[in-house]
Design a binder for this molecule. Structure first.
Ligand SMILES: Cc1cc2nc3c(=O)[nH]c(=O)nc-3n(C[C@H](O)[C@H](O)[C@H](O)COP(=O)(O)O)c2cc1C
Length: 157
């Protein structure tokens, strides 16, 4: 691995956590979980999350531990919420984007069809990602995401 890399992720129901941990293992790099301080559990938490994401509201997040400035590449991993990034990832990006050098965007989601998550991330960071990939939740649960990731990341190892 030539680039010092940090994997940053938020996960409400552990789908994104699972793949983010796998990518950090494959790249042998640091990882930081973004913690949303709002209770997002249960049906009410789900509905509020939809509303917050639709309104592009920022979430209050726990203080981060790793300085993005110390890394050449930031792998930003978000679950898709209301066609865009999760609120906690939006906050992380807004608060830290001036410290980003290179970025890669990853998303976990239910549906196949095109959504605006990466467009929103590009607009927010003002950066073209080194790579971007979306994984379906079914690819995470059946394990087929591993092959897809290893193939993509071969050249970055
Ligand atoms: C509030 C909310 C909104 C969502 N909106 C979308 C969506 O627009 N498109 C989609 O494909 N999946 C959507 N999903 C599904 C999640 O992206 C998917 O379940 C993801 O894998 C969850 O990741 P996590 O377990 O790391 O939180 C949504 C989930 C939540 C909670």
């Amino acid at each position: 691995m030539l680039w010092k890399t940090l994997v940053v992720y938020y996960s409400r129901t552990w789908m994104t956590a699972k793949v983010a941990m796998e990518i950090a293992r494959v790249l042998d790099c640091d990882i930081e979980e973004i913690i949303d301080l709002k209770d997002r559990s249960g049906a009410m938490g789900y509905l509020i999350a939809w509303r917050d994401a639709l309104k592009k509201e920022l979430a209050e997040i726990k203080k981060i531990e790793k300085n993005p400035e110390d890394y050449d590449l930031l792998v930003i991993w978000t679950p898709v919420w209301a066609f865009t990034m999760a609120s906690a990832i939006r906050t992380y990006v807004v608060e830290n984007k001036d410290k980003f050098k290179n970025v890669a965007f990853f998303a976990t989601q239910w549906w196949e069809w095109a959504q605006r998550k990466f467009k929103d991330l590009k607009e927010l960071t003002w950066k073209t990602p080194v790579f971007e990939i979306q994984l379906l939740t079914k690819e995470v649960t059946n394990g087929s995401f591993k092959g897809k990731l290893e193939e993509l990341l071969k050249e970055y190892k």
